[in-house]
Design a protein around this ligand. Structure first.
Ligand code: LLP
Length: 397
C-alpha cells in the first residue's frame, strides 16, 4: 500500500497522522453498493465509525444513508448533504435536546430502545405538532461471537427492548398518537466474522415481524443493523465479503411485498481505508524486552488497549530501505527480524499497541504504519495528557 513516493512524502510530514487511502474507500463503497443494490437493500453508513469530513463526503456521494447516534451526528449528516429522509437516529440515551433536534430535522426514523423513550418522543413530537416515525430496537438475544465489549444483542446488554417487554411496547404504541410505527431494528454487535450469526438473526427477525403484524402493526422496515467484520490480519486484502453478507439476508429473511430492508454498516465500509502513521521516538533495549516507543499512543488509536484488538504493525522505513517496499514483512528472512513491544508515549502501562511484534531492526525516526485503522480510530482519539489532536492526510492531496 505504501510505495516509495508515499514514504518520501510521509518523511516530510509531522507525525502522528491518519493516512486515508481514498481509492481503497472508493473500491469498498462500490463493492458494497453493487452487492446491496442487487437485492434493493438500503445501507445507512454508521457514521460513528468515522466522521472525517472527506470520508463522509465520499460516502454521501455514493448515495448511502446515515445512521447516527447523537444529535451532533444527525446535524453533521444533514450538513454534509445526506438527505434527511435517509437519516436514522439510534442510541440508548437520546436527550430531549437531541430528540427535538431530530424532530426539527424531520429525519426518516428514530430507532427507539425503551418504552420510556417512546413516551418521551411522543410527548416531544406532540409539543411540536409532529408525527415521529419510529422503529423498535429489539434485543434478540443472539450471541454475535465477538469481543464482549462490542456485543450488544444479549439479554444482559443495555441496548434495545427485550422480547418479554414487547407487549408493553405494543400497548404503549397504541396510546401514542404522535408516533408512527415503521418497523423493527436490531444490532447485535460489531466485528462479526461468522456469517452464521446473521442467519440466526434472520430467524429472530422473521419471528418478531410476525409478532408485530399479529398485534396489528404492519412492519414496513426491517433494519438488521451493522456489525460485519473485517480481516485485520491481511490489511491489503481490503474488500469485505459484501456478496456473502447480503446473500444471507436475501436467503433467510422473510421479506414481504412492499417491505424495505435496511442495514447500518460502519467498520466494513471504512476500516481498511486508513493507517495510523507514526515515528519511532526511542528504541529501548532491555534485558528481556526491546521497546519501540512511538509518537502515537492510545490517544490516537485506543482499540488495542480497550478491546485487545489486533492491528498489523509495519516498519515502512525499513521495508523500503531493504528494497522490499510493498511486499509483506512476513516475506522477509526471519533472521532480519527482532521482537519489540510497540508502545506509545502516554503515562499509562496499558499504552501498548502490541507485544512481541516481529519487525526489522528499527531506529529512531523510522516510520511505523498501524494498519486497518479507518474504523473507530480517528473518531475515538482524545487529548488525554493534553496531546495535540491527531491530523489526517489523504492519498489524493
Ligand atoms: N448500528 C448500531 C446501532 C451500532 O451501535 C453500531 C456500532 C453500528 C450500527 C455499526 O457497527 P459496525 O458495522 O461498525 O460494526 N468501538 C468499537 C466498535 C463499537 C461499535 C458500536 N456500534 C471498536 O472499535 O471495535
Amino acid at each position: 500500500m505504501f510505495n516509495a513516493n508515499t514514504i518520501t512524502r510521509f518523511q516530510q510530514l509531522e507525525t502522528p497522522f491518519y493516512y486515508y487511502h481514498l481509492d481503497v474507500l472508493r473500491r469498498t463503497l462500490e463493492a458494497c453498493k453493487a452487492a446491496s443494490s442487487k437485492y434493493g437493500f438500503h445501507v445507512h453508513y454508521a457514521m460513528k465509525a468515522n466522521f472525517n469530513p472527506k470520508v463522509l463526503e465520499m460516502i454521501k456521494d455514493y448515495g448511502f444513508g446515515a445512521d447516527c447516534v447523537s444529535g451532533n451526528e444527525v446535524k453533521a449528516a444533514i450538513d454534509c448533504g445526506f438527505g434527511r429522509e435517509n437519516v436514522v437516529f439510534a442510541g440508548v440515551g437520546k436527550s430531549d435536546k437531541e430528540i427535538n433536534l431530530a424532530l426539527d430535522a424531520d429525519i426518516f426514523c428514530f430507532n427507539v430502545e425503551s418504552v420510556q423513550e417512546l413516551l418521551v418522543i411522543d410527548e416531544l413530537a406532540r409539543a411540536k405538532n409532529k408525527i415521529a416515525k419510529i422503529a423498535i430496537r429489539i434485543n434478540p438475544n443472539v450471541d454475535a461471537n465477538t469481543h464482549h465489549f462490542i456485543t450488544t444483542g444479549l439479554d444482559e446488554n443495555k441496548f434495545g427492548v427485550n422480547i418479554w417487554q414487547l407487549q408493553d411496547v405494543a400497548d404503549t404504541l397504541r396510546r401514542c398518537p404522535n408516533l408512527e410505527f415503521l418497523g423493527i431494528h436490531f444490532h447485535i454487535g460489531s466485528q462479526i466474522t461468522d456469517l452464521e450469526v446473521y442467519r440466526t438473526l434472520c430467524t429472530r427477525i422473521n419471528e418478531m415481524q410476525d409478532w408485530f403484524e399479529g398485534q396489528g402493526f404492519p412492519v414496513k422496515v426491517l433494519n438488521t443493523g451493522g456489525g460485519l467484520g473485517i480481516n485485520y490480519y491481511n490489511p491489503d486484502n481490503d474488500i469485505s465479503d459484501f456478496e456473502g453478507y447480503f446473500n444471507v439476508f436475501k436467503q433467510f429473511l422473510n421479506v414481504k411485498p412492499g417491505q424495505e430492508v435496511h442495514f447500518e454498516l460502519g467498520r466494513a465500509l471504512v476500516g481498511h481505508c486508513a493507517s495510523l502513521i507514526s515515528r519511532v521516538l526511542y528504541v529501548k533495549n532491555g534485558q528481556k524486552k526491546n521497546f519501540l516507543v512511538l509518537d502515537a499512543g492510545m490517544t490516537e488509536l485506543i482499540r488495542p488497549m480497550l478491546y485487545q484488538a489486533y492491528h498489523r504493525i509495519e516498519n515502512i522505513s525499513r521495508k523500503s530501505e531493504l528494497g522490499v517496499s510493498g511486499s509483506k514483512i512476513d516475506e522477509q528472512p526471519t533472521q532480519d527480524l527482532l521482537k519489540y513491544d510497540v508502545v506509545g508515549p502516554i503515562c499509562e502501562s496499558t499504552d501498548c499497541f502490541q507485544k512481541d511484534v516481529e519487525l526489522p531492526e528499527s531506529f529512531r525516526g523510522d516510520l511505523i504504519a498501524i494498519r486497518t485503522a479507518g474504523a473507530y480510530g480517528e473518531v475515538m482519539a482524545s487529548s488525554y495528557n493534553l496531546r495535540d489532536r491527531v491530523g489526517s492526510v489523504y492519498s489524493e492531496d
